[in-house]
Ligand binder design. Structure first.
Ligand SMILES: [Zn+2]
Length: 602
């Protein structure tokens, strides 16, 4: 029995970065068959128009060419045929991101939306996929990792795979190359991690830690129906960071330093970052891949789909990603509070939080969050970072006001039962209604202010109820991410109110804070720094240079705007208290202590 849709992808010209994709449709539409490439990939809310990478395309039936008509940027119409119809296309693949496809002599990686055409009107039918290796000698040792169900071929080899429908076909990224593979089990379910890139990873430790982490997530919401395997696909690069979630896998990009090496058993900043990323994508297996906004059921991949709920699906996931690290014992309470302090600092540093709500940020993700320009810090708020802080505030509020009876965990469990286990999409007001229902509290004012409003969150008071002291201070400079206590002497006294970034040996003002000294001095994004007070100004020396000045000092500032020299005067003001750190209060009452334990250790 063969599937109605048989796809075949071959890495046929790695040097030219070309995949060849064939698609055989057993029973094409008798009126003429429409084929379509997605404009976007679920989880990454930007129009990418994957059809732009189609280099050539043709169709045939019964050995004869079939006329193809291009209907619009993403769709083709094949003339009516009486037998099966085969589409054959060359697709350019040279995007190393977790949203792309990439083929060269060292590996092949693809996401389904980049390479597979949908058969319009038949999206619900079963699909088969044959993956063919390149025929150059280096590829003989390649292994292949994917969460797609295997029909033929050895484990981690090339072969044939199957998916229930088109949506599933494009939800299994595939990586083939020289892979380091580790395996572990979580509640009897096989999990694997496949890493591409030269590393000296301590695979035993990595698998052990991931198992602990995944176990923790699994214990919160339970094993989803049909969740019978999971694969982390990791690209360990010289540079880069990011991830994309899928139902049975995730794609991660990190730096080599993010992975644990043999002989090192600490969890430093870099490894903690990797664990946080893996934790984030794994939690998405529940939150957004199975439980999702109603407007995503099903996904329409041809146009932007707007929802005000991304703060629930990305923000709450960002809250649980780090929380799971401390709850599973992989990091200490102190280390977790440092991460929280960093998230709070990220939000405090953008005045856009006072202009855009997280609901609006979610809705406009397509054109604002995903298309950030130099004005973004002044104009928008991240539904990830502020969404995580709303989740924190809600969790602490629920725990405090119900005397520990209800927490965000209970709200998530109720949401999961209603929308995750059923596959029914969450309505736009669903999360808030369930939070109120489960807790018995009137949360209208809280959600109005935090989700639709732009005021500051009451984190100081809420953390206090859990024995955590909230502090703000000035930043120590461009490398200060926050989260740590610092002597006054190390903090900035004055600031420029602009970000300087180095690229190609030039230091450029990349963003300018509304109302800050640089803006008042007429500095604009894109201006190249030349001199401050008669001396060279660069992104590398700016923090040190500013140490010499006091609040109110007026200095000459010279920049290039384009190729024209511009001289101005800048009046330095005191650096804002935009950097947060949190401290565990010792000697708290027993009730506070047990509330804090329940929060941080589940
Ligand atoms: Zn995410």
């Amino acid at each position: 029995m063969t599937s109605p849709h048989r796809y075949r992808i071959s890495a046929y010209d790695p040097a030219a970065h070309l995949f060849e994709v064939q698609l055989r449709v057993a029973s094409p539409d008798p009126e003429g068959q429409v084929f379509e490439m997605p404009a976007w990939i679920p989880g990454s809310y930007m129009i990418r128009d994957y059809a732009r990478n189609v280099v050539s395309i043709r169709a045939e039936s019964d050995g004869l060419d079939v006329p193809l008509t291009k209907l619009d940027k993403s769709r083709w119409l094949a003339a009516p045929v009486r037998k099966s119809l085969t589409l054959i296309a060359e697709i350019f693949a040279y995007d190393l991101s977790v949203r792309g496809a990439h083929l060269d002599n060292t590996h092949a990686y693809f996401n389904g939306p980049c390479v597979f055409f949908a058969v319009r009107g038949q999206e619900d039918l079963g699909c088969e996929l044959e993956i063919v290796p390149p025929d150059h000698a280096d590829a003989a040792d390649w292994r292949l990792a994917t969460s797609m169900r295997r029909m033929e071929g050895p484990q981690y080899g090339f072969g044939a795979f199957e998916a229930d429908d088109y949506a599933e076909l494009i939800d299994h990224p595939v990586e083939a190359g020289n892979l380091s593979i580790g395996e572990f089990e979580v509640q009897g379910i096989p999990h694997a991690i496949a890493i591409r890139g030269k590393t000296h990873v301590d695979m035993g430790r990595l698998c052990h830690d991931l198992e602990t982490l995944c176990e923790r997530h699994m214990s919160l919401l339970g094993v989803p129906r049909g969740f019978d395997r999971y694969v982390f696909l990791v690209y360990a690069a010289g540079n880069g960071y990011g991830g994309l979630e899928h139902r049975w896998s995730s794609s991660l990009v990190c730096t080599r330093d993010n992975l644990p090496t043999r002989g090192d058993d600490t969890v430093g900043d870099a490894y903690r970052t990797f664990l946080g990323l893996a934790s984030h994508e794994y939690f998405h297996s529940w939150n957004v891949k199975r439980m999702k906004p109603a407007v995503f059921t099903p996904y329409d991949l041809s146009v932007e789909i707007h929802t005000g709920l991304l703060w629930v699906f990305e923000g709450i996931t960002s809250y649980y990603d780090d929380l799971a690290l401390v709850r599973s014992g992989l990091i200490t309470e102190k280390s977790y509070l440092e991460l929280l302090g960093r998230t709070i600092s990220r939000v405090l540093r953008g005045s856009g939080r006072l202009k855009q709500s997280v609901e609006a940020s979610s809705f406009d993700a397509w054109t604002k969050f995903y298309k950030q320009d130099a004005n973004a810090p002044n104009a928008i708020v991240s539904y990830y970072a502020k969404g995580a802080l709303i989740a924190l505030a809600l969790d602490l509020k629920l725990r405090h006001e119900t005397l520990g009876r209800v927490s965000l965990d209970d709200v998530m469990k109720a949401c999961w039962q209603r929308w995750g286990e059923t596959g029914v999409g969450m309505p736009e007001d669903g999360f808030e209604a369930v939070a109120a229902e489960v807790s018995g509290l009137d949360l209208d004012d809280f959600f109005q202010a935090s989700v639709r409003g732009t005021g500051e969150l009451p984190l100081d008071a809420l953390l206090q109820t859990h024995g955590i002291q909230y502090h703000v201070r000035a930043s120590s400079g461009s490398s200060d991410k926050g989260g740590q206590k610092l002597d006054n002497a190390k903090q900035r006294g004055v600031w420029l109110g602009a970000t300087l970034t180095e690229s190609n040996g030039k230091s450029t003002f990349t963003s300018v804070v509304n109302g800050g000294p640089a803006e008042l001095a007429g500095i604009a994004p894109g201006d190249e720094a030349v001199a401050l007070d008669g001396l060279l100004l660069t992104s590398a020396n700016a923090d040190k240079r500013l140490k010499a000045y006091r609040v109110g000092d007026e200095l000459d500032l010279v920049v290039f705007r384009g190729d024209e020299l511009v001289s101005t005067r800048i009046r330095l003001t005191s650096a804002p208290l935009d950097t947060c750190y949190l401290e565990l209060v010792e000697d708290v009452e027993l009730a506070v202590e047990s509330r804090r334990m329940a929060w941080l250790h589940g």
